[in-house]
Design a protein around this ligand. Structure first.
Ligand SMILES: Cc1ncc(COP(=O)(O)O)c(C=O)c1O
Length: 455
């Protein structure tokens, strides 16, 4: 075992291919269903929204998909990211556990999101697209897309969930600095937005609704605009596997292997990207790492949702996906972890949860901020509210080790810094943060009207 604190790789270690877990799943993922025909969708159904290369990646069963050299070239701006042993946190907790974190906050916009924004913009550019649309919750994804589209000379329209637009004005400024056009969602620009505003002029918005607006603009553009999604889809999770692949090498350098890996889940992309290469080992029966997905009690898709076919967006315009869901009409409480307020979850993450390869827990936002502050005081980095959910559970596991005396290796994904989230920290210190528990009855109600997909 090495006694280093930071495990750093060189540029030559940036992965040359993304790892596609679909090649190693014991059975195929449930098909994506067209809501009109109730039949599995084909590439033509997705073509108005995505470039063909991304559609191919979405359904590919190839184990490795080569990363284009121009994309690796942009990755060089921040990759490989460090794996850091949190020695000072271990000491502060008095735990015998070894705690490591993979730090994605070193990317130019401060999170893991550019790992997929860059290839998405690249493939769109390659296929002649001139403009893109997208949604953003916390503003992290929008910032990443704004940077990537700027690199490739693409115009970008961002629909930002209204509550985040108000909570995080500087994320909006950042997107504008890269040349993006940002609109608070719900907006008057789309039918989906106008319908919601007609019913509730004060609607705080939701990720599901912002997706509907961005999709509507692309789908009705006559082919001049395409759409980019920051999470959930298979190709997005695929791109994020650069995180986990680097981690494998870094744990080899450390001479350790994680017993427990923890990540937050909004749509599931940072968690999946972090764990997938380790899941590969578990599926092959070589390792028995525990993978813990952490979600807010205010948006508990895995822990309280149902594994059924649902729409990925509020206006029910995109195809039906089998996932753990709270119902696409879900309007979340305005908790500060904006990126975790989504009603559904990535189909790959759902499949792994359903087959018990991974576990999930839900946590309240006050204990999450308490953990974030404990971490910051020990390690010097203020985490974004989203990965602070993972920190809370990593600390809980480390404290269990303190009780049992076990020397477990615990790793978590610090997928973003929190320097644009200071209003959230302000609210926490002023004791203005309420805790929310999403009521089960609401989920039953929201799921009652879903279309039944034949088995
Ligand atoms: C910093 C950060 N972490 C996590 C998430 C959640 O998304 P995902 O589960 O796809 O990683 C977001 C989404 O906006 C985010 O900004």
């Amino acid at each position: 075992m090495s006694e280093q604190t930071r495990y750093l790789l060189g540029e030559k270690d940036i992965p040359k291919a993304w790892y596609n877990v679909q090649a190693d799943l014991p059975s195929p993922l449930p098909p994506v269903i067209h809501p009109g025909t109730m039949q599995p969708i084909g590439p033509a159904d997705l073509a108005p929204l995505f470039p063909m290369e991304l559609i191919k990646q979405e359904v590919s069963q190839e184990r490795y998909i080569e990363i284009p050299e121009p994309v690796r070239d942009v990755y060089r701006l921040w990759r490989p990211t460090p794996l850091i042993r949190a020695r000072r946190l271990e000491e502060a907790l008095g735990t015998p556990a070894h705690i490591y974190y993979k730090y994605e906050g070193v990317s130019p916009v401060g999170s893991h999101k550019p790992n997929t924004a860059v290839p998405q913009a690249f493939y769109n550019k390659q296929e002649g697209v001139r403009a893109m649309t997208t949604e953003t919750g916390a503003g992290q994804w929008g910032s990443a897309m704004a940077m990537a589209c700027n690199f490739y000379g693409l115009d970008l329209e961002v629909y930002m969930v209204k509550v985040s637009y108000q909570q995080k004005p500087y994320r909006r400024s950042m997107m504008e600095a890269f040349g993006a056009n940002v609109t608070a969602s719900p907006s008057e620009k789309t039918k989906a937005g106008r319908d919601v505003l007609a019913q509730d002029p004060k609607s705080p918005g939701s990720l599901g609704l912002a997706i509907s607006e961005a999709v509507e603009v692309a789908a009705t553009s006559g082919g001049t605009k395409k759409y980019g999604l920051g999470s959930v889809l298979n190709h997005v999770l695929l791109h994020q596997t650069v995180i986990g692949q680097e981690c494998v090498k870094q744990f080899e350098m450390a001479g350790e292997y994680p017993d427990i890996m923890v990540g937050c889940i909004g749509g599931g992309s940072s968690f999946a990207g972090f764990i997938m290469p380790f899941v590969q080992e578990k599926l092959a029966g070589k390792k028995s790492t525990r993978f813990i997905a952490v979600e807010p009690t205010a948006a508990p898709s895995l822990t309280k949702g149902k594994y059924v076919y649902d729409f990925g967006d509020q206006a029910a315009t995109i195809p039906l996906v089998k996932m753990y869901t709270l119902g696409h009409s879900f309007i979340p409480a305005p908790i500060h972890a904006g990126g975790l307020r989504y009603h559904g979850m990535a189909p790959i993450v759902c499949y792994l949860y359903d087959t018990k390869v991974i576990e999930a827990v839900a946590v309240q936002q006050n204990p999450v901020f308490e953990a974030a502050v404990t971490f910051a005081r020990a390690e010097g980095i203020l985490p974004a509210p989203e990965p602070a959910h993972a920190i809370k559970v990593a600390i809980d596991e480390a404290l269990k080790c303190k009780q049992t005396g076990q020397k477990k290796v615990i790793a978590f994904n610090l997928c973003g810094h929190g320097y644009f989230d200071m209003a959230a920290y302000d609210d926490y210190f002023a004791k203005r943060l309420p805790d929310f528990e999403y009521p089960t009855a609401e989920i039953e109600k929201a799921l009652a009207g879903l279309p039944q997909v034949p088995a």
